[in-house]
Design a protein around this ligand. Structure first.
Ligand code: PXP
Length: 247
């Protein structure tokens, strides 16, 4: 098995385009199957409480059609827990949807909601789902994710990518240093480390180079790039950059 980080392709924004008109096209499941064929190691989809992109039916169809693992992103609500328990996807990634669930850096505030989240993830783990928590590069959040029994943390790379896009390079480098340090720290606790949000061809390499990172989840940029290149070449270029960074 290669030591390269896995690439999870997030297909939410194919559904965003579909929903802009209603109807059935473009179909996110078709995109997921194409991504799988192009060599994606997994597919990520976020069923939001407001169903603004992915729908319940999309999740059903993805579960039926995919041969690679589905990483099901969801808020920590009873409704979403019931849906996850019904489908039992390979992985469940808990993400914040409301302002009050978030830390200032944008990840889930696990530390604030530790007791409830510990009870929330127990049945998901019992059902065999790998539970991942989307958090900022913050030691207190990592400690809390570890205490509640998560197996995986996904580090939020949004602040790093925003700083790069806005030309705030000192901030970008500080974010990257924090991500690197917290990636090492989480790994030392026995957590599997994933990363994602906002990654592009320009920003992926330094994160892919962290030796502890096992998976990168990338969506918006790839779906945008697919307009110009097609989804398959866009994925291949991202994989090339990821593998190059790790060599
Ligand atoms: N990882 C998580 C946990 C996310 O919530 C998202 C966005 O849905 C992504 C990765 C992918 O982010 P982007 O679409 O910006 O690449």
């Amino acid at each position: 098995m290669s030591d390269f980080p896995r690439l999870g392709v997030n297909i939410d924004h194919v559904a965003t385009v579909r929903n802009a008109r209603g109807g059935a096209v473009p179909d996110p499941v078709r995109a997921a199957l194409l991504a799988e064929e192009a060599g994606a190691d997994g597919i990520t989809a976020h069923l939001r409480e407001d169903r603004r992109h992915i729908s319940d039916e999309d999740i059903e169809r993805l579960m039926a059609a995919l041969t690679v693992p589905l990483n099901f992103e969801m808020a920590a609500t009873d409704e979403m827990q019931a849906i996850a328990l019904k489908h039992q996807p390979h992985a469940v990634c808990l993400v914040p949807e409301k302002r009050e669930e978030r830390t200032t850096e944008g990840g889930l505030d696990v530390a604030r909601d530790e007791n409830r989240l510990a009870h929330f993830i127990a049945p998901l783990r019992d059902a065999g789902c790998r539970v991942s928590i989307f958090i900022a590069a913050d030691r207190a959040q990592i400690d809390a994710a570890n205490r509640i029994g998560a197996e995986v943390i996904e580090l939020h790379t949004g602040a790093y990518c925003d700083a790069h896009a806005e030309g705030r390079f000192a901030d970008r480098d500080a974010e990257l240093t924090a991500l690197a340090g917290m990636s090492t720290y989480a790994h030392s606790l026995g957590l599997e480390v994933h990363a994602g949000h906002g990654l592009t061809y320009e920003t992926v390499a330094p994160v892919a180079a962290f030796p502890e990172v096992k998976e990168l989840n990338i969506g918006h940029f790839l779906i945008g790039e697919a307009i110009f290149l097609g989804l398959t070449p866009a994925i291949h270029e991202m994989q090339r950059l990821i593998q190059e960074a790790r060599k």
